[in-house]
Design a protein. Structure first.
Length: 71
């Protein structure tokens, strides 16, 4: 038996649908205590979302813009 077949039998992949909100994604990541999750559109893989990327896009981008405006 191949290792990948053994892993698939023992582990459930946690995913989120692309039409879910960022709030839903954050709640899922925190609840499952994971750093990132694959994003699906139906059964098709469309990307990944991570705590770091959410933080960067929601907080650091606005912080950098504010600091840029002060210069």
């Amino acid at each position: 038996m191949l290792a990948k077949h053994r892993m698939l039998q023992n582990h459930q992949v946690i995913t989120i649908q692309s039409n879910e909100t960022v709030e839903c994604a954050i709640n899922l990541l925190l609840e499952k205590q994971i750093d990132s999750v694959p994003v699906l559109s139906g059964n098709k893989y469309v990307g990944m979302i991570s705590q770091a990327e959410i933080f960067k896009r929601c907080f650091l981008v606005n912080y950098e813009k504010k600091n840029t405006l002060r210069i």
